[in-house]
Design a protein around this ligand. Structure first.
Ligand SMILES: NC(=O)c1ccc[n+]([C@@H]2O[C@H](COP(=O)([O-])OP(=O)(O)OC[C@H]3O[C@@H](n4cnc5c(N)ncnc54)[C@H](OP(=O)(O)O)[C@@H]3O)[C@@H](O)[C@H]2O)c1
Length: 75
């Protein structure tokens, strides 16, 4: 793994509930430059199955939505 990343990097690990993925996710969460690191797996939430394009797209959408700023308050 790189010792550092560009400032504001988002780390994504697929297979993060496993032994190697979990260790990688932990390293990314403490890596210089990584603002956020998130892990996916089939049994995680959101679920992501690497063999299913639809599930990858769905997980990516949920990740983007969770990054979106909250809606502006109505006056
Ligand atoms: N550990 C070692 O010493 C070692 C050595 C050499 C090579 N490897 C290889 O490195 C890989 C990871 O090893 P590991 O020990 O970390 O395995 P592991 O503990 O079994 O973890 C595998 C991870 O991959 C996820 N996963 C499996 N199929 C997936 C799919 N289709 N889509 C998304 N996520 C999926 C699993 O979660 P879900 O089941 O919830 O999806 C789990 O998080 C394996 O291919 C292994 O053969 C490991």
């Amino acid at each position: 793994m790189l010792p550092s990343f560009p400032a504001g990097s988002l780390g994504v690990v697929i297979g993060a509930s496993g032994a190697i993925g979990g260790a990688l996710l932990d390293s990314l969460q403490h890596a210089f430059g990584v603002t956020r690191a998130i892990g996916f797996s089939r049994r995680g939430l959101p679920s992501l199955d690497l063999t299913s394009e639809a599930s990858i797209a769905s997980a990516a959408c949920q990740l983007l939505q969770s990054d979106a700023p909250p809606p502006a308050p109505h006056h």
